[in-house]
Design a protein around this ligand. Structure first.
Ligand code: SF4
Length: 487
């Protein structure tokens, strides 16, 4: 499917440039709508003017990606999954990272505590707070009342999206009725239960997961078609997750076949988010043994989860991660996800400037670095980690890391000297000392001349900053040298 142009989108807008959406022009709105930074609903004219109804419908169809997006939950942690336009990230970008849900059994001893833990679990990496996306409540009790009460308990203790997992339709519907205001996803509609569960989902505007427990894609496509006929426009496809010899390949192939059918072949029945359940590992094996054995099993599950994230599976459910001791698993998955789902069209930059770390005084050291995000943020973290009060001068290197930018001339004596001047660095401190990264050592002589400064060459790796300052930071001594050289 050809991507519509901003001009085509603009053609269906009101063109009054009224500014109600916060944009000065309808053209600017059209551009950001295509980039998914805003929603059609943000144009009040299109939504409220009955004369615009036809255009609204056309616009919805025009911008709908071949793999439709589905939203789970409500409020600030509402999750959008699917909605992708390309099979490979480099062809454009992936818009919606894999949603990571952690399963919790309804028999869990402290549902409030585990809900709060999963809601707050976060890892800070490269300036971003990485979190989980949802809780999958699994019916283990085989008791409708217990499952319903557990759903209620979880909803009271989290604002994360919830997935209710139960193959007994009456239990599922009873629990979903209790918490439908938080828009849970319903797992699942099978070839036996689609009518009851599907009708309830459509009547209550809830997302529904179609599953073929045997991994039969024809059966899954038929279920998808049936649910659409029933009126559902929020379907998620689960082609099954299977472990053991040959089964990882089967699982991988099924996910990829669905993605290819949706995105390349525009098959309407496949055109929905695809999910995987690495947590199924724990039901497919008789797991026993000591702690070491259990750890090995956890690794197996997390390897499958990693494979699924790597191929842009829209949502996964994991088992390992409920307990605080399993934070390693979450760390691995959210880190991988952050890397896979970065936008290849955007250089990871930060704004050039003079950043204060802690409460730097007139004797504080001034470190210099590039504006490549993955350089600036670790340097900042290492300065903070060393408990230093310092200035960090971020010079514009066009978003390129130190070593390449020194070689390419984007991080040069001239450009650093310009930054020193632009951000009035020497008005902030009582010295003229700049500490440059070890990888930029060869710039030191030229920088001393261009910035009229004393240049210290710091460590090659910013993790050595603490030790470096402990051993070498003596501004009086360096300023004396600076004065002597000037004479
Ligand atoms: S609210 Fe709609 S009509 Fe007004 S500027 Fe935005 S896009 Fe244009």
């Amino acid at each position: 499917m050809a991507r519509p142009s901003p001009l085509e989108v603009y053609g269906l807008l009101d063109k009054s440039n009224c500014g109600d959406c916060g944009y000065d022009t309808c053209m600017a709105f059209a551009t950001d709508l295509l980039e998914r930074k805003i929603r059609i609903e943000d144009c009040t004219h299109l939504m409220q003017d009955p004369k615009q109804k036809k255009n609204l419908k056309k616009l919805r169809e025009m911008i709908m990606p071949p793999q439709k997006p589905v939203r789970i939950g409500v409020g600030e942690r509402e999750l959008t999954i699917g909605g992708e336009e390309v099979l490979m990230r480099h062809q454009l970008t992936f818009y919606n990272p894999t949603g990571i849900f952690v399963e919790v059994p309804d028999t869990h001893g402290d549902l409030a505590k585990v809900s709060k833990y999963l809601t707050e679990a976060a890892v800070e990496r490269m300036g971003e707070k990485l979190t989980l996306d949802g809780i999958a409540l699994r019916c283990v009790s085989k008791n409708a009342e217990d499952f319903k009460n557990a759903a209620k308990k979880i909803a009271e203790n989290t604002n994360l999206p919830i997935m209710l997992c139960c193959l007994e339709p009456e239990f599922l519907i009873a629990a979903a009725t209790e918490i439908k205001n938080v828009k849970p996803a319903l797992y699942a509609a099978t070839k036996e239960t689609w009518e009851k569960v599907g009708t309830f989902a459509v009547q209550n505007d809830l997302p529904i997961i179609a599953v073929s427990p045997s991994g039969d894609l024809d059966e899954l496509m038929s279920l998808s078609a049936t649910l659409q006929k029933l009126g559902s426009d929020q379907i998620i496809l689960d082609p099954g997750t299977f472990f053991g010899e040959g089964n990882i390949k089967l699982t991988y192939d099924n996910i990829q076949q669905l993605r290819i059918a949706a995105i390349d072949k525009e098959n309407e029945n496949a055109g929905w988010p695809v999910m995987g359940v690495p947590a199924a590992y724990w039901t497919q094996y008789d797991i026993e043994g000591d702690e070491e054995e259990i750890w090995k099993h956890k690794y197996q599950e997390i390897i499958m989860a990693s494979i699924m994230i790597a191929i842009d599976t829209s949502l996964i459910i994991i088992h390992t991660g409920q307990e605080e001791e399993d934070i390693w698993a979450l760390l691995a998955l959210v880190t991988l996800r952050q890397s896979i789902f970065s936008d290849p069209r955007v250089y990871p930059t930060v704004d050039p400037g003079l950043y204060e770390i802690g409460e730097p005084g007139p004797d504080a050291p001034v470190f210099v670095t590039s504006n490549y995000r993955l350089t600036k943020i670790p340097v900042e973290i290492d300065i903070k980690g060393a408990n230093l009060d310092a200035y960090l001068l971020v010079s514009d290197s066009e978003g390129i890391g130190i070593e390449s930018a020194v070689a390419g001339g984007q991080f040069s004596a001239g450009s650093i000297a310009e930054s020193v001047k632009e951000f009035n660095v020497f008005d902030k401190v009582d010295h003229r000392i700049l500490i440059i990264p070890g990888m930029a050592a060869r710039l030191s002589g030229a920088l001393e001349d261009e910035a009229d400064a004393f240049v210290l060459v710091g460590p090659r790796d910013s993790s050595g900053i603490g030790k470096f300052i402990d051993k070498q930071w003596d501004p009086k001594k360096y300023m004396k040298e600076y004065e002597e050289r000037k004479e």
